[in-house]
Write a protein that binds this ligand. Structure first.
Ligand SMILES: Cc1cc2nc3c(=O)[nH]c(=O)nc-3n(C[C@H](O)[C@H](O)[C@H](O)COP(=O)(O)OP(=O)(O)OC[C@H]3O[C@@H](n4cnc5c(N)ncnc54)[C@H](O)[C@@H]3O)c2cc1C
Length: 504
């Protein structure tokens, strides 16, 4: 190996890993004018189906990047999720009835396609992915991070950057090099997964979770009669056609005849969460920060949410518009969000694998009661869609029954995807609050709401501050905007805070 060449800082941010999460982080930075360097040790993009479910909140976030509508056009849209026990329906979560998002469906799209859209968007933003470049070492001080990069044939390079985003997957080198513990909360589970055609009466409008005394099977329609199967298996079982047919018969009460899989694999999962998502100038995102149970189809989605949460904050800090302390909120917000997603998906996994007849009876009775009373639809739809994600103190569950709602920390209903162009919060005004921008000491993007569902939910003469990721920072009546100023002061730098006629 040749001597390391040392380069200087020409890109303030290095993103390690060009998987979906690294690419979202890179796009979020690049679209706000921050130069980024993206490396991946793989020599070429990997075309694997892997994660296939994209939930509405993720589409809202990707709409900010301008790729959600193309993804929707390329994928297969489902009405929702249906739960079955021993061949009979327990209840459904109908995402098509989600009232406050224009993405009110479950999108089924193979991961390699999601990655293809992200690669194209990053290229449009002027970005280049350095395939075949691996991060092998890293050290940091107050001024920057020194990284060692190895390419398969080329020279070893040492570079100094200001910030590193470790989006390098579950076995993250970045995480290990900064010494962050990865705490395992659910030990090894093995799933056989396949994409295979089915001839038979499977309802192609729903993602099916089928539970039985013999185990569970997830059946996800991918369109054109092809389905994703996920089956919990014991060691030594092979992910072949016979296994999926037997699982469909024994665990789902039939549903059809499975054809030859287009693709199959054994997928070992060990659910874990990094103790910290930040160490100084280094951040972890996606699988590098957490692996959640695949039962809920939330892993990839949750990683994308990390990348968006971090992207606007880091862009604002690098551009000198946001105070550096905002970066602390990345760990605080995302670690708690991941704890919640992990708790829900772990429960979903455990409930699906119950075999004790008395416990099965209780589970099924509770699920049927929740479905009949509408509680399942009301609570589980926003939960699965991640549209009820709330940054701030936890809310009592009965408060979540009120949906959609405007709450500080919650996502803006209806228009969450329309406030992300700048790293600065957007001032959203209901009719009657037109005077508010003139009373604030800051110049912010402004959105005047026409009369409509959001304006009536907000009420007349109200002003909202909405973060670039669509979460609400503050709400105030038009004649008392002090709460808005109080929320902005710790976030914006002096450079970004322009008082009319003078600088703060
Ligand atoms: C077979 C399989 C099936 C799956 N099915 C599902 C599913 O149904 N639902 C679901 O939600 N999730 C599923 N997942 C998980 C999902 O694919 C991950 O959550 C997702 O890929 C995480 O994205 P990421 O960008 O964080 O990491 P990754 O996609 O793992 O990307 C990390 C990237 O970092 C690169 N890298 C690693 N180390 C270095 C280094 N030192 N230097 C430079 N580059 C490096 C890698 O080459 C890779 O490209 C599945 C995963 C697998 C393997």
């Amino acid at each position: 190996m040749s001597e390391a060449t040392v380069t200087t800082v020409d890109n303030p941010v290095l993103v390690v890993g060009a998987g979906p999460v690294g690419l979202v982080a890179a796009c979020e930075l690049a679209r706000r004018g921050v130069p980024v360097r993206v490396i991946d040790r793989s020599r070429t993009p990997v075309a694997q189906s892997k994660a296939i479910i994209v939930w509405p909140r993720t589409l809202e976030l990707l709409a900010g990047l301008g790729i959600a509508d193309e993804m929707v056009a390329a994928g297969h849209q489902l009405d929702g999720v249906r739960f079955h026990s021993n061949g009979s329906v327990l209840g459904s979560v109908t995402v098509s009835q989600l009232p406050d998002s224009r993405y009110n469906h479950v999108l089924m799209l193979p991961q390699w396609e999601t990655e293809r859209f992200l690669q194209a968007r990053y290229a449009e933003l002027g970005g280049v992915i350095e395939w075949g470049a691996e991060l092998t070492d890293l050290s940091q001080d107050d001024d920057g991070v020194t990284v060692t990069l190895a390419t398969k044939d080329g020279p070893v390079e040492k570079a100094v950057v200001s910030w590193v985003v470790g989006a390098d997957g579950a076995h993250s080198t970045v995480r290990k090099l900064v010494g962050i513990e990865y705490t395992v909360h659910t030990p090894n589970m093995t799933f056989a997964i396949a994409d295979a055609p089915v001839a038979g009466p499977v309802d192609q409008r729903y993602l099916h979770y089928c539970y039985s005394a013999k185990g569970a099977i997830g059946v996800g329609p991918l369109g054109d009669g092809v389905f994703r199967f996920a089956v919990n298996v014991k060691d030594g079982q092979q992910p072949d056609r016979e296994l999926f047919q037997a699982a469909l018969n024994d665990r789902a009460g039939g549903m059809g005849t499975v054809g030859e899989p287009k693709w199959s694999a054994l997928f070992q999962v060990r659910c874990a969460t990094a103790d910290r998502f930040r160490a100084g100038r280094v951040f972890l995102a996606g699988d590098a920060a957490h692996v959640v149970s695949p039962a809920g189809g939330q892993g990839l989605n949750t990683g994308i949410h990390d990348a968006v949460n971090l992207g606007w904050k880091l862009a604002g800090v690098v551009n000198g518009q946001l105070r550096e302390r905002i970066l602390d909120s990345y760990h605080e917000e995302r670690h708690e969000a991941v704890r919640r997603v992990s708790a829900v998906t772990d429960k979903q996994t455990r409930w699906g694998l119950i075999t004790d007849p008395a416990k099965v009876l209780v589970r099924d009775l509770l699920a049927r009661a929740a479905a009949l009373t509408g509680v399942l639809q009301r609570l589980a739809t926003p939960l699965f869609c991640q549209t009820d994600l709330h940054y701030g103190p936890a809310l009592a569950w009965w408060k979540l029954l009120r949906y959609p709602a405007i709450r500080v920390g919650g996502r803006l209903p209806y228009l969450a995807d329309e406030c992300g162009a700048s790293p600065l919060p957007t001032l959203v005004l209901s009719p009657g609050a037109e005077n508010v921008p003139a009373t604030l000491p800051y110049t912010l993007p402004v959105k005047q709401l026409p009369a409509g569902r959001l304006a009536s939910l907000l009420g007349p003469a109200k002003a909202l501050l909405v973060r670039p990721d669509g979460h609400i920072l503050a709400v105030a009546p038009a004649d008392r905007p002090e709460a808005l100023v109080r929320a902005l002061r710790p976030v914006l730098t002096d450079g970004a805070t322009i008082l009319k006629g003078r600088t703060r």
